[in-house]
Structure formats: structure tokens, C-alpha cells
Ligand binder design. Structure first.
Ligand code: NAI
Ligand code: MG
Length: 360
């Protein structure tokens, strides 16, 4: 199994090695190409995403990515390498699952809603985020001698149709695996963004009509943010445009135990990149206390994706390794040790060792 591994910046360099230790402990045969990207790479080499990194990502069966730290001020020549990588590899579907994990607050609200459409009253949802266009298309410019800044939000029928199709297919697959009634929530702001969200909405409704067996609803993005806080168990699959999905998935991640546990898959037709939802966390980087469970969870997702490939060699071995990692991380989530973000005082290395011990 040939993987390209891009730790990136900050805690990416702490949680990715932890996840690789867990992967190695499964005993699977591995060939790993480590590649660089990010702000530190930009400062050292003048490029945030070297051609060699792009080539390594293309050559591998899958990519494991940590996080990059992008500055919030304009830097000539700098563009977020993860956004560029998603575009270059055409990883159009960002899949961000959230499963219930005893959140520290608002417990009563979460459990007071009764079962909906056969789904349990606990949170088990997926945000499906369009990953190649929208507000993150990178089309920004200054006018008026710098007094006006303009961002172009690009929405195409093609990209909207394929992301909504991915959401409906995922809803169907989830309902078969979990035997509940599938439901897709189409999230937009077409009442204000009449052309861009309007096109996303009309395309989504067209795709929805191809899936008469799957229920769907529309929701305006601001209301969706509130509903994710108030009634998270209401949701099954949420599909939306790039920036809305970015924001809503951070909100949703709360119910899964926070950013330290939130995993994501970036999927294209033939390629995939797996990364924690979190960023480079400069506030805790270098302290050895980052939660590696999101990155470790990404390894499980990666193995499951490889196992499901039509050309997978030894899919059963890959699936077994993924299940072992899932079981081990679930055990650590439930009974510790925990890093400070989960209320404990363990270090990254303690969690890694505990997961490896639980694999056995
Ligand atoms: P962030 O996700 O890095 O951190 C937000 C908060 O969550 C921080 O308090 C951090 O300490 C905590 N946190 C995140 N991951 C954690 C973990 N594994 N264990 C324990 N605590 C964790 O987001 P923030 O602070 O908004 O952005 C920091 C940098 O990361 C920025 O430069 C931003 O551009 C970049 N970023 C990169 C992403 C990527 O590479 N895909 C995604 C999001 C942000
Ligand atoms: Mg984000």
C-alpha cells in the first residue's frame, strides 16, 4: 500500500506521526512517501505546494494530510495548499461524518428529541461539502486602489450536480447499513444569493427528483447553523456549498467531541485525501498535547476507502485493520486516557500508545 503523507504545519506534525505509528502497528505492508506543504514550506522554499508534493500525491494510492497554517493577511504568491490540492486532484466531495460522543454541554437538548424516521435520537450525521469552487474558488481582487475588495463566488451546474449526487448516494448507503429512513438536507441561501445559491438549489432539486426513494428538505444556511445546535439528531446527510460546509462542519463537530475527534475524507472519482477537520492549532502546537484521535480516525477512513476500491488487493485485510483501529479509538474515547481538549491531562504520545495497546 503506497501512501503519500503530508504532515504540514503546527500540530499536523504531531498528529500525523501518531496516526502513522498506529497504522504501522496494524502490521499492514506500507510504502510511505512523505511530502511537504504549508506555511513553513512556503517561507523556506517560496512555494506552499511544491510540484514534487503534487506528483507524490498523484502517484500514491491515497493521501494522509495533517493541517497547514495559513496566515490571515495577504502574502504575495501564497495560497492555501490544501485548497489548491483539493482542486488539483479534483477531490470534489468533502465528507465530514459526526457521531455522538457525550458532549460536555446541552446534553438534555440532544437526548430530549425522540427518534426521528427510525434514526436514533443521538447524533449521527454527515456534512457533504462541495470542495472545488464556491467562495473558495480563489477569485479575489482589489479595486479602487485597494479600497474595495471583491470575491467571486463560482457555482457550476456540473459541480453542484455531482456533489448532490454524492450526498444522495451516501444517504442511500448509510440507510442500508443502519436501516433507517435516509434524508438529505439541501442547505443554501438562495433567498439572498439568488444566482449562485439559486443555481445550486435548482440543480440539487433536479438531482433529488432522481432519488424518489430518498426524502429531502431544503434549509437556509443560517437556520441550519441554529438547528445543528438545537436539534442535531434531526439531520442525516447535509449537502452544501464549499464555505457553508466548512463552517457548518465545525459546528457539527461539537457533537462528536470537538475538533480533536473530527475526521474528513476528500474524495474524487479515483483519488482520495484524508485529513482531520482541524487546522494547525498554533495555540497548542509544539506542546505535545494535541489530540491525535482525529488523525488516527482518518487512517481508519483511508483503509475503508482503499478496501472498497474495485481494484483493492486484500480488501478483507484492510477492512479488518480499519475495524481494529475504530474499536481501539472508540475504547480510548470512552474510557481514556484523554488529552486536555477532552478534559484530561494526557499527552499526544499517551493516546497513541493507548490506541496501539488497545489494538492488540
Ligand atoms: P484550528 O482547528 O487549528 O484550532 C481551533 C481550536 O481547536 C484551537 O483552540 C485548537 O487548539 C483546538 N484544536 C484543534 N485541533 C485540535 C486537536 N487535534 N487537539 C486539541 N485541540 C485542537 O483552527 P484555527 O485556530 O482557526 O486556525 C489555525 C490555523 O490552521 C490557521 O492558520 C488556519 O488557516 C489553519 N487551518 C487549516 C486547516 C487545514 O489545513 N485543513 C483547517 C482549518 C484551519
Ligand atoms: Mg474548516
Amino acid at each position: 500500500m503506497h501512501l503519500c503523507v503530508i504532515p504540514g504545519d503546527g500540530i499536523g506534525r504531531e498528529v500525523v506521526p501518531a496516526a502513522l505509528d498506529v497504522l504501522r502497528a496494524t502490521g499492514l505492508p506500507l510504502e510511505i512517501t512523505e511530502a511537504e506543504a504549508g506555511w513553513e514550506c512556503f517561507q523556506r522554499t517560496g512555494t506552499a505546494l511544491p510540484d514534487t508534493t503534487l506528483a507524490a500525491a498523484r502517484a500514491a494510492a491515497a493521501v494522509l494530510f495533517g493541517a497547514v497554517g495559513s496566515p490571515s493577511f495577504p502574502v504575495p504568491g501564497y495560497r492555501s495548499p490544501i485548497v489548491a490540492l483539493r482542486k488539483a486532484l479534483d477531490l470534489y466531495a468533502n465528507i465530514r461524518p459526526v457521531r455522538d460522543h457525550q458532549p460536555p454541554l446541552a446534553d438534555h437538548k440532544r437526548t430530549s428529541s425522540s427518534a426521528i424516521d427510525g434514526r436514533s435520537s443521538v447524533v449521527d450525521l454527515v456534512v457533504v461539502r462541495e470542495n472545488t469552487e464556491g467562495m473558495y474558488a480563489g477569485r479575489e481582487r482589489l479595486e479602487d486602489g485597494g479600497d474595495t475588495a471583491i470575491a467571486e463566488r463560482v457555482i457550476t451546474r456540473r459541480a453542484s450536480a455531482r456533489i448532490v449526487r454524492a450526498a444522495f448516494e451516501l444517504a442511500r448507503a448509510r440507510s442500508q447499513a443502519k436501516s433507517h429512513q435516509p434524508k438529505v438536507t439541501i442547505v443554501h441561501k438562495a433567498n439572498v444569493l439568488r444566482e449562485t445559491c439559486g443555481l445550486f438549489r435548482s440543480t440539487a432539486l433536479q438531482v433529488a427528483s432522481e432519488y424518489p426513494d430518498i426524502a429531502y428538505e431544503e434549509m437556509l444556511v443560517d437556520n441550519c447553523a441554529l438547528q445543528l445546535v438545537q436539534r442535531p439528531a434531526h439531520f442525516d446527510v447535509i449537502v452544501t456549498t464549499n464555505m457553508f460546509g466548512d463552517i457548518l462542519s465545525d459546528v457539527a463537530s461539537y457533537w462528536g467531541g470537538g475538533l480533536g475527534l473530527a475526521v474528513s475524507a476528500n474524495l474524487g472519482e479515483a483519488r482520495a485525501l484524508f485529513e482531520p477537520v482541524h487546522g494547525s492549532a498554533p495555540d497548542i502546537a509544539g506542546q505535545g498535547i494535541a489530540n491525535p484521535l482525529a488523525a488516527i480516525g482518518c487512517v481508519a477512513l483511508l483503509l475503508e476507502w482503499l478496501a472498497a476500491r474495485p481494484d483493492a488487493s486484500k480488501p478483507a485485510t484492510l477492512s479488518t485493520a480499519a475495524s481494529r483501529i475504530r474499536a481501539a479509538t472508540a475504547q480510548i474515547q470512552a474510557s481514556g486516557p484523554h488529552t486536555p481538549d477532552m478534559g484530561g491531562n494526557a499527552r499526544t504520545a499517551d493516546i497513541t500508545q493507548a490506541v496501539i495497546a488497545a489494538l492488540a
